[in-house]
Design a protein around this ligand. Structure first.
Ligand code: FES
Length: 169
């Protein structure tokens, strides 16, 4: 089986023995130790597993890793700046105490980052629409919306550490 080369958060990884149908999520977590991306139902319905690829959200649990060969991917581990500065959304999440159990929050942050990259000042309705695929069983939706507005004000869309902007992909 040929080695799979994946470019993740700006770094290329060579991964051995990746079956054709192995989801990207499994490679990220089990082969590369990038465990910030979570698994949900495995059929892209829960929204726990988004990463960014080619400028848009990508459900890592439902995409074969081999389908992403040679294409840049950003995971939650790459959302902050290389110098450790948090993405405006990450700071807003802290400031607004968004997370409860935390399980869904990686997906919420990645989807929110993609939203702000294409719409730097979304309305409540636009947030609800963009985030509709991200389920939170703890019901943090109101705080998520509040944090997205706060991050929009802080200029999250100008943050170049998400591939949703296409700038750091
Ligand atoms: S914070 Fe618990 S599922 Fe969202």
């Amino acid at each position: 089986m040929p080695t799979l080369a994946l470019t993740i958060n700006g770094r290329t990884h060579e991964v051995e023995d990746v079956p054709a149908d192995m989801p990207l999520l499994w490679v990220l977590r089990d082969r590369l130790g990038l465990v910030g991306t979570r698994g949900g139902g495995g059929i892209a319905l829960g929204g726990a597993c988004p990463v960014h690829g080619a400028g848009s959200p990508l459900r890592a649990g439902a995409v074969p890793a081999r389908a992403r060969a040679g294409q840049p991917i950003t995971t939650i581990e790459g959302l902050a700046s290389a110098d450790g500065s948090l993405h405006a959304l990450q700071q807003a999440w802290i400031d607004h105490d968004v997370a409860q159990c935390g399980y869904c929050q990686t997906g919420q942050l990645m989807s929110a980052a993609a939203l702000l990259a294409r719409n730097p000042d979304p309305s409540d309705a636009e947030i609800d629409s963009a985030m509709a695929g991200n389920i939170c069983r703890c019901g943090t939706y109101v705080r998520i919306r509040r944090a997205i507005h706060a991050a929009a004000k802080a200029g999250a869309a100008a943050n170049t550490n998400t591939t949703a902007t296409g700038a750091a992909s």
